[in-house]
Design a protein around this ligand. Structure first.
Ligand SMILES: Cc1ncc(COP(=O)(O)O)c(C=O)c1O
Length: 378
């Protein structure tokens, strides 16, 4: 049989199979009946009636799609309203909404790291920050996880523009970055700080205003923050928050703003509605943190190796990729959806179950989830 130009894929597939690292898409019914500790709907807003109504009303008024890049098709009042409210809520001068958190990270890192600049990047950063570093014209230096001294040292080797990029809450283990110390290290050498607050918005800070707000850094003129609208806000999309001059620069320099279709109106309408629910019901943020702590306490009480959560993500170590996959499948069989993280999605090669807290979970559901995880443990 003639060879195909894609035959090399077969070898990759064999290697993946042998290492227990095959990934498969699984159908998701509209109503699964599972207890969900896998999704990122931290505040339970994805199906909140005000949020779904916000999506529907926005689609009816502005159309199903944005019809083009915001620079070409025009920028709607809906997008502007979302940007104003998001910036004000998190304590920043301005915001720019993009089609995803991924696009927001590519925008921030590439536009703020020109040729000749240095990017100092935490070893545990999310793939979208890593890809931002890969696409940027500046040179990237990866530093050990949550190590402000290593950041200081890296910055000391460079003369010229520099940015430090970090997740606020790391998506694999749910641990927090030392934002105050990182900001201090940046200030000593005049570097900018870019913080991905995907897992902090809606969870940390007063009423869920995010990790930079909790650290007393919101609104600083040397800080740029990215967020996703797809986790706590239950919608889809992303945003960059920061000084107005940085946001104006992104409009002119960020390729994921210039060459990408604007955020769909329904997603913008849903995010705006969710933000207003969060402002009205700040207790949702405190509840999701309490759920995460409760999960951790009960899991460790069962003798499982769980990392103390700094926000809503609770990570439980598994002995191997295969064991993690089986464990997650057994949980699912017992009515509980949990995430399963394996290489290459984990920087240290350790496979885990990844649990996400949701403000809607009752204490009875938390106890039931821990019972299932403990009973199915390898
Ligand atoms: C830390 C972090 N940053 C960025 C993203 C990307 O956001 P989005 O899903 O909106 O593209 C995610 C998750 O998906 C994330 O966990």
């Amino acid at each position: 049989m003639a060879s195909s130009p894609f035959d090399w894929i077969d070898e990759q597939a064999r290697l993946r199979e042998r290492a227990g690292l095959v990934r498969k898409l699984r159908p998701r019914p509209a109503e699964s009946g599972l207890l969900d500790l896998a999704g990122n709907d931290y505040l339970g807003l994805a199906r909140h009636p005000e949020v779904t109504d916000g999506a529907a009303a926005a689609a009816r008024r502005w159309g199903a799609g944005a019809t083009g890049s915001r620079l070409v098709s025009g920028s709607t009042e809906l997008h502007a309203e979302l940007e104003r409210e998001l910036a004000a809520f998190c304590g920043f001068e301005a915001a720019l909404v993009l089609s995803s958190g991924y696009a927001a990270n590519l925008a921030a890192v590439t536009a703020l790291a020109p040729h000749g600049s240095l990017i100092v990047s935490d070893a545990g950063n999310h793939a979208s920050l890593i890809d931002g570093c890969r696409l940027a014209r500046g040179t990237t230096q990866v530093v050990p996880h949550t190590d402000p001294d290593a950041v200081r040292k890296a910055l000391g080797t460079h003369d010229g523009p520099a940015v430090v990029v970090t997740d606020s809450v790391f998506s694999v283990d749910g641990d927090a970055a030392p934002l105050r110390q990182l900001a201090a290290a940046c200030r000593e050498s005049g570097a900018g700080l870019v913080v991905d607050d995907a897992h902090g918005l809606g969870v940390l800070g007063a009423g869920g205003r995010g990790a930079p707000h909790a650290a007393g850094l919101a609104g600083a003129d040397d800080l740029v923050v990215t967020v996703t609208l797809s986790k706590s806000l239950g919608s889809q999309g992303g945003a960059v928050l920061g000084p107005a001059k940085v946001i104006d620069h992104l409009v002119n320099a960020a390729r994921t703003l210039i060459f990408d279709t604007g955020l769909a109106p329904a997603a913008a309408g849903a995010a705006l509605a969710a933000l207003r629910v969060l402002r009205r019901e700040p207790e949702r943020a405190a509840r999701v943190r309490a759920v995460a702590s409760g999960l951790h306490e009960l899991l460790t009480g069962e003798g499982l190796s769980a990392v103390r959560p700094d926000a809503a993500v609770v990570s439980v170590r598994a002995p191997s990729p295969d064991a993690a996959v089986r464990w997650a499948a057994d949980c699912r069989g017992a009515g509980l959806a949990v995430g399963c993280f394996r290489p290459p999605s984990v920087p240290d090669g350790v496979s885990r179950l990844r649990l996400t807290a949701c403000a809607d979970l009752s204490d009875v559901q938390i106890a039931e989830a821990v019972r299932v995880i403990s009973r199915t443990a390898p």
